[in-house]
Design a protein around this ligand. Sequence first.
Ligand code: SF4
Length: 303
Amino acid sequence: MLCVAEHFAAQRYAAETRGNAMKIIRAEFMGLCFGVRDALTIARETAAPESVSIYGELVHNPTIQGELASRGFRVVGEKHRDSTQLTNRVMVTAHGISQKRLAILSSHASEIIDTTCPLVRRVHEATQTLERENRLVILIGRRNHVEVQGIVEDLSRYIVVESPDEVIDWKEAALGIVSQSTTTPDLAQRCLARILELNSQADVRYIDTICRPTRQRQQALEALCRSVSMVIVVGGKHSNNTRQLAERCSELGCRAVQVESAQDLMEEWFAGLETVGLTAGTSTPDGTIEEVARVVSTFGCIA
Ligand code: SF4
């Protein structure tokens, strides 16, 4: 009986011998963004991790979550973060939190270790600006996402819109539009167009808050989809931008298979393919991407 590694090695040898190993085309931009890398660096450099509660998932990736837990951090799930007793040092994740919640945490904790991404902060600042201008704030994003919750908790009047279908005439004199940082440019544009169409009486100000790494990964994916018929999207099941990469593939007529790690790969997906595309969400570690690429390269294209 061969172990998994021996099995893949044997397959790779067979594929290379046949001269038909799978060709992998990588997206020009993929994987960890600077915001996640910086959050991980802070976490890895934090002394005495057993005294630190991470207020939610530092990043939406099970491999990283496991690494942090094994280092001794108290990893508190997003759904339970307000019903769990926290330690006296609290780490805020890259997704950010509201000023209201920060004040509550600060009143209990001796230290707040803040890894909020600067590009998430930019969304908070944009919404505050729009509210000061007496605009109803329309936030394009996922209403259950922690980034969105952190933004809207500091607003007095807002609407979260997940798709153009949710847009109505809000009968407001002034609207301010922003997006969750990881919203796809395509979705933001479609929502904005619908808002302008149905609210023609309103003075509308749009501030583009989609982060650059998200935009780069989406554009690189679109280029990739012009060269391949199937793309492997590597990332956590709870990662918003990973899910969006997979959805965008499908919208572009390209088949997407989403995996969290190499263990999720199924060789039959690749039957008949000579090339396959590879991309990854902004919370996917380099090692996970490389392992997926290594295993896929062991699959020969089956004629
Ligand atoms: S996806 Fe964008 S906003 Fe989110 S952590 Fe990365 S760089 Fe920051």
